[in-house]
Structure formats: C-alpha cells, structure tokens
Design a protein around this ligand. Structure first.
Ligand SMILES: C[S@@+](CC[C@H](N)C(=O)[O-])C[C@H]1O[C@@H](n2cnc3c(N)ncnc32)[C@H](O)[C@@H]1O
Length: 699
C-alpha cells in the first residue's frame, strides 16, 4: 500500500516535544523564512472573490512541520496541497443529521482528523479511544522541570527503557534519520531566514517602507488589489508587521498604527482568504507578528498523531508493531505517555489489524489535553457531556481502567451511534451512552465526580483542517455559540457533586481560540456560580488565558486556563479550563421550570441540590462580557439557524412545520433498551434516567 493521502499532504510533521515548543516561540521572528517558500498561488489562480482562497495553489513551506515545501522525503516529494479537501470532507460527512444538532457545523478536531486523514478510515477512526494501564497521575503528567523527567526516556515506564529505546531506534532508524534531516532543514532555513532578515533590516535601516497609499491620508486603508500579486501582498504583510513592531522608527510620518493595522488585516484577508470579520477577530488575539505566525500556521496541517489504547496494549508494543509494518513514528513528546507521532506510513493507519482491534485511535494531540486536565480517577462517576465521536470518552475510560462509570452524552443521534462504535472497538466497558441536549443534564441526573464539557464551537483552532471556517463563520455564530456554551457550562457545573470525595471537577474545552467562546464563557460561569473556582489544570504547557482583553477585565484566576495555538506548539488551537466545585449549587440557580420532571433522574442518596432546568432563566447579566441578553440573542440565534438551514438547501419554514429530523427530541436513544454495534450490545439510558444492561458489555 502506498503512503496515505495525509502523509503526502502534510509532509513529515515536526516533533511536539517541549524543546520544540520553546524553540518555536523563539522562532516567531523567523517568519520571513517562509517568504522563500515560493508560494505558488498566482494572481490568475486567485478566485474573483477576494475572500476565497484556493489552497490548492498555496504551497506554504512547512516550517512549522519541520519540513520545507517540496523537500523529498525518503525519495518521495512531499506535497502540501492540504487543507481544502478536509473542509469538504468534514462538511459532507456530517450529512443531514447535523441539522438536528443544536450546534451543527461545529468542529471537532478528532472528527476532522478522521475524515481528512490520509488513511482510508471510516468516520470513527479519528475518535480516540484509549486507555492507560498505569495511573493517570503517573502516566500522563511528567514534570518537565524535574531532573528525573528529563533523564527518563520518552518510552519510560517500568521496563528497561534504554534497551527498549535502542530496539525501537534500530527498527525505526529510517524515520529517525529523516527526523535529523528535517532538523537540519529547519536549521538551514532558520539560518537563511536570519540572513534575509538581516539583509532586509540593512536595506531599510533609516528607511521607512512605503506601505500606505499616498492619496489615502484620510485614514482609509489601501484597498486590496483586484487581482492581487501574492508575492507583493506577502511582502507588504511582512513590511507592515515590521513597521508595527518598531513603529516610531519605521512608520511614515503622519500615519497612525490604526492605518497600518487596517491595511494589514485587509492584506491578510486577501492573502489567506479570510472574511474581514474573522480575520480581525483572530488578528486581535495577538501582537501583529504573532498574528502573522498564527495565520501562517493555519496553512499547514498539524502532525498525524495516534493515541495508544492502554486498555488493549502498551505504547511500546504498539510502536514496535507499527514500525514492523513500515510506519515511521516516535513518541509525541514528554507530556504524553500514550501519543505517537506518525511521520510516514506504508499502510493505511485506519485499516491495520491493530487499529481494527482497537489498539489505537487517530486523534489530534491537543485533544488529549482536556482529558489530562480532567484527570479522572478509578471508580469515579464521570459525565462527558458532548462526547461523540468518543475520542475523549475512550481516553477517560482508559485512565479509569474501565472501572467506575462514564455517562457519554451527545445530542446528535447519528454521532451518538458512532460513539457506541468506538466504545466497542476500544474495549470500553464502563460507559453508558445517552442522547440528550447537555443543557438538560442536571435534570436527567447529577452527582458526578467529574464532568467534561468539550463544547460545540466555531473551530477557529482547527482552520488547518477545515478552511471553510475562514469564511463561513459570522457574527451570529459568535453570538449563538457562546450562548449555547454558557448554557452548557452551567449545566456541567450543576451536574457535579461538590462533596465528591475524589473529585468535584469540571473541565471546559473548545477547539476554538476566540475569547467569546472561552474566557468569556468561563467568566460567565464564575459570575453565575460562585460555588466554583478555577484551578490549575496540571497541564505542563500552554499559554495562560487572557486576564484582560480589549479593555475588558476577567477574573485574575483566568490565568489558570490554558490556550494552545498551532504556531506556538504545532497542535490544533485549543482552550482548556478546569473548575473545582466548592459548594452546593445555589438555591437561586434552581429554576422552577421542569423541576418536577427532574426527580426521576436524581439518584437516591445524593443530597446535593441540582439545577432542575436548563440554565437559561438567569437574571440578566449586567455587563456584556460574560453575559447575554436572552431576547437580543434569540433573534440572532433564530436568524443564524434559518441561515444555516438555507445553506444546507432546506427551507426553514418547512423545517419549522411538521416533524423533521431536527425535532425528534433530544433523547434519540430514549426508549431503546440496547443498541447493537458490531453484534455486541451496549447499555443505553432509559427515559427515566435508569439504565439497563444487556449483552456482553455489562459493567
Ligand atoms: C467538539 S465535539 C465533541 C468531541 C468529543 N468530545 C470527542 O472528543 O470526540 C462537540 C459535540 O457536541 C455535540 N453537541 C452539540 N450541541 C450539543 C448539546 N446541546 N448537547 C450535547 N451535545 C451537543 C455535537 O454533536 C458534537 O458531537
């Protein structure tokens, strides 16, 4: 079998270890290197729509992935066509079912990973499932500061590590030598970049680059070129970044920062194909140079990573077996004991016997992080509120060594079925799948030791996988999604038992980098639930969440939250926040609506006061940050829903009437006693909140 599509698309990924992280940070100024990368987009090839960006023509050098465009790897030319097809695949794969989802079109890096993977895998492949035979604390976290951790090999565990490493090194020698080649290529590129940068600095020393139009002194940015010369555009972007970096020295007289910034955002839209709305939103997250690195990193696929299912195997064994099959790989980094980064494969990773036997799952590296932060313990009761397709559920099950009980919920029926498939493939036996809107959850049941809310989001962290995000997210999306996320986060908090002996934790995560979907949602939760506080996630890397943003001030503990960016860590953009519930749900949080109906779902002996209604009947937030205006939002939400239906070719009026796939209710599996997958049976939640166990997969 040939090398998979994905491998061709992305080239050998760069290592994700922390040394690289540090290096990449330092690398920020090296952006001009990529200028040499002979972007092959041409003016002729550019779509008439300036916001449309034909990625097929974009050959951005893969510095972030440790390779340069077109570099031959093992005799094979590495192509970088990447990102466009994933978009289409991802959308297609959601099919019509996503209409019934409250947040359809929402990204899940795992899913996308699955569907764009080179490997000929079904939609479930990307969903991780995995297990850790060793305790979480020991296995998932390695204190990178400690000497022991540094001395420990990446394959560390209880065996003779050096022996093991030697064997694997010998078997994997080709991959490792290629890695050295890659490192050399990066170093050469860096050296070249430094030279070019130095040359440029010399050229402009004392000179102020002429960027803004002469006639345009009234503050309007220069309009985008009708048929932009991409090379010129790029040069102008780098020049503008440099001016903004050293404004007093390099700005032309009489020009303001705002003028340069407006021009830069406009050029970014034209060059990378973003809508002005999203380009500005993302640009504002970073200083100009870092923003440039972020947009640039979104043009390159992230490394292919698999997660070992420790319920079925050990990472060393899996690595050895895959190496024997012609897969070139290495551990993902010291921060994870279960991840393997794939450099190249002679076999489709979604069809190996090991894959089919559930020994691993294709899963984006950053998707490990929320589960690591959650740190589920054996014998706990855990809720995964938005679980499909199950990458994180199966990881949780592995960390719990199949003990205790996980409720894995998703409001999308077809995705919930996929979740069941993954659970079976990965040998998970402690999980009950249910199909509610997560906002109902305190009503359905509560008293969990830990809750993971991996929330539906806009996917601005996974643009490299789904370039459609560049243009299809609107202002309404950034009203509608945070609104839903705020509902769900309160539901997550109210579902946790504050008196849990081992837990009492909630983890909130998204694969988006916007403040509206992250800090603002977290701040809302802090405002509405004084019985929770943010705590250290225990994650060894990641940037601190914003404590201030565009004039708004968040709670100082927001620094405990973690942000992940493609340009900083070569992982998908992600956000992770961990809360500890320190007191019972306040009585005023218990809404009147639905309180009666909630009784059936409350377990005997659980004394905590749970919210009995979806968390929307809150008093109006007094500030706009971290709050919402129900009525005002409702208009946006409805409008966005209608627009979304129209985009899918459906008539919103028709959908409103009669029964559609979208109004089958949230508990699609309600009333079904068992669901059969691969001939095996699993327990599903009964409408009254009780469960029934049948078949081989009993607890
Ligand atoms: C980011 S994905 C979850 C990925 C999953 N945690 C994993 O690791 O495989 C978000 C999920 O939220 C689900 N979803 C959207 N709205 C929901 C709601 N109101 N309640 C529960 N799930 C919802 C979507 O169907 C989607 O599967």
């Amino acid at each position: 079998m040939g090398v998979g599509r994905r491998m061709h698309k992305q080239g050998p990924p760069g290592p994700l270890d922390e040394s690289l992280v540090t290096r990449k940070r330092k690398d920020a100024p090296a952006a001009p290197v990529q200028e040499r990368g002979k972007k092959r987009r041409t003016a002729e090839g550019k779509s008439a729509n300036p916001n449309r960006f034909d990625l097929k023509k974009s050959k951005v050098p893969a510095i972030a992935n440790g390779n340069v465009t077109g570099k031959a790897v093992n005799g094979k030319k590495v192509s970088k066509k990447t990102v466009l097809s994933p978009v289409l695949d991802a959308d297609d794969s959601l099919g019509d079912e996503d209409i019934e989802d409250e947040a359809d079109g929402i990204d899940d890096p795992d899913i996308i990973e699955d569907e764009v993977g080179d490997v000929s895998v079904g939609r479930l492949d990307a969903l991780g499932s995995d297990t850790d035979l060793d305790g979480f604390e020991d296995d998932e976290f390695v204190d990178s500061d400690s000497d022991a951790a540094v001395k420990k090999g990446m394959w560390s565990e209880d065996e003779d590590e050096e022996d093991m490493e030697e064997k694997l090194t010998a078997a994997n020698i080709e991959g490792l030598s290629r890695k050295l080649d890659m490192q050399k290529a990066i170093e050469d590129a860096e050296a070249q970049a430094e030279l070019e940068e130095a040359a440029m600095q010399t050229n402009i020393a004392g000179d102020r680059p002429h960027i803004l139009d002469d006639e345009d002194k009234d503050g309007d940015a220069r309009p985008s070129l009708v048929t932009p010369d991409l090379q010129l555009l790029r040069t102008r972007i780098t020049d503008t970044v440099r001016v903004l970096d050293d404004f007093s020295k390099l700005a032309e007289e009489g020009r303001s920062r705002a003028e340069y910034t407006a021009q830069l955002v406009k050029d970014i839209c034209a060059y990378y194909g973003y809508s002005p709305f999203l380009a500005e939103k993302l640009f504002n997250l970073f200083p100009p140079r870092e923003a440039f690195a972020f947009f640039e990193a979104n043009e390159t696929a992230r490394p292919v990573v698999i997660r070992t299912n420790t319920l079925r195997t050990h990472r060393r064994e899996l690595a050895q077996t895959l190496i024997n099959r012609g897969v070139q790989l290495e551990p993902v980094g010291k921060w994870s004991k279960v991840g393997l980064q794939i450099f190249e494969s002679q076999v489709p990773l979604g069809a190996t016997p090991e894959y089919l036997a559930g020994h691993y799952i294709l899963q984006a590296a950053s998707s490990f992080l929320p589960v690591m932060a959650l740190a589920p313990q054996e014998n706990e009761r855990v809720l995964d509120m938005a679980a499909a397709p199950g990458g994180k559920t199966t990881h949780i099950a592995a960390l719990m060594k199949n003990t205790g009980c996980i409720f894995a919920n998703d409001s999308n029926k077809s995705r919930a079925k996929g979740l069941i498939g993954n659970i079976h493939r990965m040998g998970v036996k402690n999980t009950i799948v249910c199909n509610y809107s997560a906002s109902e959850f305190p009503k359905v049941m509560g008293g969990f030791d830990r809750v993971l809310l991996d929330a539906p989001c806009s996917g601005t962290g996974v643009i490299a996988k789904d370039a459609s995000v560049k243009t299809n997210k609107t202002e309404q999306d950034f009203m509608r999604l945070p609104h839903l996320q705020k509902q769900l986060i309160l539901a997550a908090i109210d579902s946790v038992d504050h008196a849990s002996k081992t837990g009492g934790y909630i983890v909130y995560s998204t694969c988006s980098v916007t403040v509206e979907e992250n800090e603002q949602v977290v701040q809302y939760a802090l405002n509405k639930r004084p019985n929770v506080k943010l705590v250290d996630s225990g994650l060894t890397f990641g940037k601190e969440g914003f404590v201030r943003y565009m004039g708004k001030v968040f709670h100082p503990s927001m620094k405990f939250t973690r942000r992940y960016y493609p340009h900083a860590y070569n992982v998908d953009g992600f956000f992770v926040a961990k809360f500890k519930k320190i007191g019972p749900t306040p009585v005023n949080a218990v809404g009147a609506k639905g309180a009666e109906g909630a009784k059936a779902g409350v377990e005997e002996g659980v004394e905590q006061v749970y919210d009995k209604t979806p968390a929307v009947e809150e008093d109006k937030q007094d500030d706009d940050f971290g709050g919402w205006d129900d009525e005002e939002d409702e208009k946006y939400i409805e409008r966005a829903k209608r627009a979304q239906l129209r985009r899918k070719g459906k008539d919103p009026r028709a959908v409103g009437k009669g029964r559609t796939r979208g109004d089958r209710g949230n508990a699609v599996l309600k009333g079904e006693e068992t669901a059969k997958v691969n001939g095996d049976e699993t327990r599903v939640l009964k409408p009254n909140g009780k469960t029934k166990s049948k078949g081989k997969s009993g607890m």
